[in-house]
Design a protein around this ligand. Structure first.
Ligand code: GTP
Length: 576
């Protein structure tokens, strides 16, 4: 295939607007998969993705289609749809010359539609707007046409209206891609420049990378070098995703395909990296970043005997996802575990779910936190710009939510007569807790949300300590904004009172900031003699009771003289 007959494109959309369904339809229309596999959503390979209905790792498929007597090679580069993965979206888009912007005809333009549109626009891609789900009785395609015109400033004559589910009007998509999206401009004879779009780990062959060949040719037996690490590799296989890996003799400029080389550690490869021929070094392609974790949480085995098994599972999972950062950590309360850095809270939930589903590991994840920076004696906290699209009848509720999370309004505009667009600058720490859940509940599920990083800012942050009988409990200390300490301090003290079992003496619970007590609760001492129960009963009953006590002891942790059960810690520290 000469470059003139290649098209590289992606589908970008807000979550649930039908991206996977449309991808399947295109694979079917081009006979890449038979219609027998209908609705299987072949691009979503992992179980967790199917269950959550989201695409976590970008994957791709190559299709061949005849149009006006010529055969075309169409590369669909799949993109993840969620806010946590915007860097991966931009890497996928870097391999394309155009994209389909898919909008649900009932829901209209949402926060991630806007975010993805801006990413594609910034990369000068040709954008083909597509309105999906027009088969639904609640579809309002005319309203969505107006939104696309006014909000994205696009010409309504270019908009396609389809049902990816029923297939209605879908036959018009491929001609539109071939006619409107430019072909790649690379030269197969020039020195090699290949952009890493994605990678995954295979137990048998090691790291497999998905590359967009910008210039040059890669084939089995040739050598390549990473611009990021300077490491050199020998290629053992190249091929196209159709949609499963199919070996070919070579990949030429303009193509997107997979490359296998002698790389065994996924951390040697990152999306956005450039590979070249060690004999002909070239400048790296622009836009490469090392993805940086933004949200951190402690991860501990539910049962301490599981530590080694969990360690292995984490190692395997991070082989597949190099954006996860792992460090060992020991907590006095929860024992040996890890501190793990994620791109965002969704990324964290997906990671936990995969540990549980694929490795059967039972874990506890502590409340997520962000990374504060220290400058002289001040603490700085990371900020984000939040974009919210919502029905206008819950505007008041959402403004109140954003204000209560220390948000600063940047924009409030009407998308049409029933929908508003809000932009707030707010601390990331306020977003990583339950912000998203609150947003959903206050808008009956209708508000959508996206955020981008906005650097660090000085803030009045303090450490809130927790004391049991005057002894500080390190595991429960938290950094927060001064304005939040009064409420949070009272709440935590009350929660502690509920989970601490009564002991033989009184337990004083205190929360404090800079040695000043904010709240105090007391757990009164036990009055009855529990051992009295042991007298008089039959022997087996006694044994049972003793064993139970032993079991309980094993799980108890002492904080000074106060005993706290493992379960109490779980309740206090876990995310849910
Ligand atoms: P993510 O992978 O989470 O980003 O979602 P997605 O954008 O890939 O959406 P997906 O294809 O999973 O579709 C979401 C839901 O909408 C599914 O229940 C689909 O069956 C449904 N759906 C998709 N297209 C259509 C359509 O044209 N009409 C109708 N009625 N339903 C559709």
């Amino acid at each position: 295939f000469p470059p003139e007959r290649i098209r590289n494109f992606s589908i970008i959309a807000h979550i649930d607007h039908g991206k996977s369904t449309l991808a399947d339809r295109l694979l079917e229309l081009t006979d890449t998969i038979s219609s027998a596999m209908k609705n299987k959503q072949v691009l979503d390979k992992l179980k967790v993705e199917r269950e959550r209905g989201i695409t976590v790792k970008a994957q791709t498929a190559t299709m061949v289609q005849e149009y006006k007597g010529e055969k075309y090679l169409l590369n669909l580069v799949d993109t993840p749809g969620h806010v946590d993965f915007s860097y991966e979206v931009s890497r996928s888009l870097a391999a394309c010359q155009g994209c389909l912007l898919l909008v649900d005809a009932c829901r209209g333009i949402q926060a991630q539609t806007l975010a993805n549109f801006h990413l594609a626009f910034a990369q000068d891609l040709v954008i083909i707007p597509v309105i999906n789900k027009i088969d639904l009785p609640t579809a309002e395609p005319e309203r969505v046409v107006k939104q696309i015109e006014s909000l994205l400033e696009m010409d309504s004559s270019s908009i396609l209206q389809i049902s990816a589910k029923s297939g209605m009007n879908c036959e018009g998509i491929i001609p539109s891609i071939i006619e409107n999206i430019p072909c790649p401009t690379g030269n197969s004879k020039a020195p090699l420049r290949a952009l890493v779009v994605d990678s995954w780990f295979d137990t048998y062959v090691g790291v497999i990378s998905l590359m967009s060949i910008v210039d040059g040719t890669v084939k089995k037996g040739s050598a390549i070098m990473s611009a990021n690490t300077g490491k050199r590799y020998e290629i053992t296989e190249v091929g196209l995703m159709r949609p499963h890996g199919t070996p070919t003799t070579a990949l030429y400029a303009g193509q997107v395909g997979y490359v296998v080389c002698n790389m065994k550690d996924a951390h040697e490869l990152m999306s956005g990296d450039t590979f070249f021929d060690p004999q002909e070094p070239v400048e790296a392609l622009p836009g490469f970043q090392v993805p940086k974790p933004m949200v951190f949480a402690g991860l501990f085995p539910m049962d301490t005997d599981d530590f080694t098994r969990l360690q292995e599972a984490i190692t395997k999972l991070t082989l597949n996802d190099s954006s996860v950062q792992v460090k060992k950590e020991t907590s006095t309360a929860l024992g040996q575990g890890w501190r793990i850095g994620f791109l965002g809270t969704l990324h964290m939930d997906v990671f936990r779910q995969r540990l549980e589903q694929e490795y059967g590991a039972e874990v506890i994840i502590t409340q997520p936190n962000v990374l504060y920076k220290e400058r002289k004696t001040e603490l700085l906290e990371p900020m984000v710009l939040a974009t919210i699209v919502s029905p206008s009848d819950c505007l008041g509720q959402l403004l109140e939510l954003c204000n209560s999370r220390r948000g600063e309004q940047q924009d409030l505009s009407y998308i049409d007569d029933t929908r508003v667009l809000l932009r707030f600058r707010m601390p990331m720490a306020e977003v990583v807790t339950d912000f998203y859940d609150e947003l959903k509940s206050r808008s009956a599920g209708y508000a959508s949300f996206d955020y981008e990083e906005m650097g660090y800012e000085h803030s009045d942050l303090v450490k809130m300590d927790v004391l049991l009988n005057s002894k500080p409990v390190d595991a429960l200390a938290v950094i927060m904004h001064r304005s939040k300490t009064r409420y949070a301090g009272r709440e935590l003290a009350a929660k502690l009172k509920r989970v601490i079992q009564r002991q033989l003496f009184e337990v004083a619970i205190q929360t404090s900031v800079n040695n000043k007590v904010i709240a105090r609760e007391t757990v009164s001492a036990l009055r009855k003699n529990v051992t009295a129960k042991c007298y008089g009963g039959d022997v087996t009953r006694k044994m049972k009771l003793l064993n139970k006590q032993k079991e309980g002891k094993k799980r108890m942790k002492s904080i000074g003289s106060v005993q706290l059960s493992q379960d109490a810690f779980y309740t206090l520290m876990s995310k849910d």
